[in-house]
Write a protein that binds this ligand. Structure first.
Ligand code: USQ
Length: 382
């Protein structure tokens, strides 16, 4: 299959490119290095060095003999995206090309408008490009579990049947996000749903929880093929951050009471879920939604797991409940359904002591790169 990966330089984009290329798909990646540029502007780095896309693609070819097509440019620019679609004629598009950080979107007005303009602008351009150049292509869009928020009822997989005054209808499950970033993802879903209804597009929207990890099967060929690993407050997800904090001797930053519960998954399963979605595409006129995570944990549970993994390696890990810079429920009901991807054959990589230990050993190898003052910044929600 010809697969176009938008945001192919990112934490998930690059491992997805290698994974699909290894599976024999014809892969093209597009990126404008937005994430790297924002990281540079905000003075934060990946824990392990990360080669640019051209260099990684060259290395991938040396090791596997497989080509990945590269397109550097801004997908918000119609001429750029139109040229890629016209030349590559994708059969599937994986859309990761978004400003991915909730705290970044809450930093200041400019960061908020960048998030809105980039995320919605690229989604709109993808929709128009599919309509014009490849109307039968399958769009696989990375959404987020954060679209649902933390309602006091079970979270269904994208849709809910509502009975009102004796009549029934199926609606998108109510969405109420906890950050501006997450709100742009809701708007993406609405845009896609509108054009699925108007133009019979085929779309899979993946409601993904926070991802952790660094290793994917393909990166084992050469450590220089590893993806970014952020541990700063803006771009690092909580478990990756906690592991770095543990190694650095920095008390784990549990926000507030630490009862915030989310659905987590190993980066390996992000790749598996995306591949399964590609192999089993949505139908024309269908907006298919999967809740993409494998296990739920509270922040306190994650901190406890990191503390015991540290003990195994002789590291004494301190946990500290600090004032929550975010505005979110710190104790709440959380029961999201997630059977769609399991039904397609997902076999989860769970958060075992071995998985935690491997991550900790990776961080120990790079501990000299940890800049403690970049770990916490206290970006406030309100
Ligand atoms: N948290 C802490 N301490 C920290 C960092 C985070 O207690 O040092 C808490 C947060 O307050 C939150 C939870 O841990 O309750 C998860 O935070 P996170 O930073 O790992 O995740 P989040 O900001 O929600 O965003 C991440 C990704 C985003 C993705 C989302 C999935 O950056 O791209 O969409 O996870 S979800 O959270 O399900 O919406």
């Amino acid at each position: 299959m010809r697969v176009l990966i938008l945001g192919g330089d990112g934490y998930l984009g690059w491992p997805t490119a290698m994974h699909l290329s290894a599976q024999g798909h014809e892969v093209a990646v597009a990126d404008n290095y937005l994430r790297r540029n924002l990281m540079r502007e905000e003075d934060v780095e990946s824990l392990s060095p990360c080669l640019n896309l051209n260099e990684r693609i060259r290395l991938w070819k040396e090791h596997t003999g497989k080509e990945i097509v590269i397109c550097i440019g801004d997908l918000n620019h119609w001429d750029f995206i139109a040229r890629i679609f016209k030349e590559f004629q994708p059969e599937a598009i994986i859309h990761y090309a978004e400003q991915p950080s909730a705290p970044y979107s809450m930093l200041r007005r400019e960061a908020a408008t960048l998030t809105i303009n980039n995320n919605l602008g690229v989604t709109a351009n993808v929709i128009f490009a599919v309509r014009e150049f490849c109307p039968d292509a399958h769009i696989v869009k990375l959404g987020t579990m954060g679209e649902y928020g933390t309602p006091n009822i079970d979270i269904e997989e994208g849709w809910i049947d509502i009975e009102h005054k004796g009549r029934k209808e199926k609606f998108l499950y109510p969405r109420q996000a906890g950050s501006l970033y997450h709100t742009t993802k809701i708007m993406d879903t609405d845009l896609l749903w509108y054009y699925v209804r108007m133009w019979d597009l085929r779309v899979t929207d993946l409601m993904q929880g926070p991802v952790y990890g660094i290793f994917t099967g393909e990166s084992e060929v050469d450590a220089s093929l590893l993806t970014l690993f952020s541990y700063d407050e803006l771009f690092g997800t909580v478990l990756n951050r906690f592991i770095v904090q543990a190694v650095a001797g920095y008390p784990l930053t549990v926000y507030g009471k630490g009862g915030q519960t989310r659905g987590y998954l190993n980066i390996k399963d992000t790749l598996n879920c995306v591949r399964l979605s590609l192999e089993n595409p949505a139908r024309n006129g269908e907006l298919r939604i999967f809740n993409q995570f494998t296990e739920t944990f509270s922040v306190n549970e994650l901190a406890g797991k990191v503390q015991s993994a540290g003990k195994q390696l002789g590291i004494d890990v301190e946990i500290k409940n600090i004032e929550n810079p975010r505005k979110e429920l710190e104790e709440h009901y959380y029961n999201p359904q997630h059977t769609g991807l399991l039904d397609l054959g997902l076999s989860p990589n769970l958060l075992t002591d071995t998985a935690l230990g491997q991550m900790m050993e990776f961080v120990l190898r790079h501990r000299a790169n940890i800049a403690q003052h970049k770990i916490f910044r206290g970006t406030k929600w309100a």
